[in-house]
Design a protein around this ligand. Structure first.
Ligand code: GDP
Ligand code: MG
Length: 162
């Protein structure tokens, strides 16, 4: 049908996005989600959870040799996280653009970190940095049945499918 055709033609990708404990505690959940939603990306999975330190270490395993790894995992497991999967054409790369540079001092105004954060250790949001990490992180955080397949009414206007 048209829905699966659109997935075929536009190569809709999925990425893992998390609002970190500092973003949740600062009341920025809806502000952050609205930036992805208004852009035209589609929410296909969401949960609120307090990650254990062990889980945080799994999520950030790529950074285990870095000096800040232990502090990073402590902060990440210090409170509720909003874990999400967003879908759309180019969402992995463009999601990183919406988020902005890792260090909020270097993030452009208009980006999430640029507008809403000040220091690197409290930069409020995580986003997968490429197709492989997106796949791994979605699998780490969600069971396959927690990902919801649906077509949104906006898609034909976003992508121009007739
Ligand atoms: P990201 O993909 O933009 O989130 O950046 P990285 O994957 O390189 O690092 C993961 C997270 O570790 C970042 O979002 C920061 O919260 C934290 N981080 C990165 N570099 C530093 C640093 O130099 N010092 C501290 N304290 N935290 C850092
Ligand atoms: Mg990263």
């Amino acid at each position: 049908d048209k829905c699966s055709l659109s997935i075929f033609f536009f190569q809709l990708e999925r990425t893992f996005i998390a609002i970190k404990p500092d973003g949740v505690q600062r009341g920025l959940i809806s502000e952050i989600m609205s930036r992805f939603e208004r852009k035209g990306f589609k929410l296909v999975a969401i949960k609120i959870t307090v990650p254990s330190k062990d889980f945080a270490q799994k999520h950030y395993h790529d950074l285990k040799t870095r000096a800040f790894f232990d502090v990073l995992c402590d902060v990440f497991s210090s409170g509720p996280v909003i874990a999400m999967v967003w879908e759309g054409e180019g969402v992995i790369k463009y999601g990183r653009k919406l988020i902005g540079a890792t260090d909020p001092q270097k993030s452009e105004p208009g980006t999430i970190r640029g507008d809403l954060a000040v220091v690197v250790g409290r930069n409020i949001i995580h986003g997968s940095d490429g197709p492989e990490t997106a796949k791994d992180e979605i699998n780490l955080w969600f069971k396959p049945e927690e990902l919801v397949n649906y077509s949104s009414n906006a898609e034909k206007w976003l992508y121009g499918v007739n």
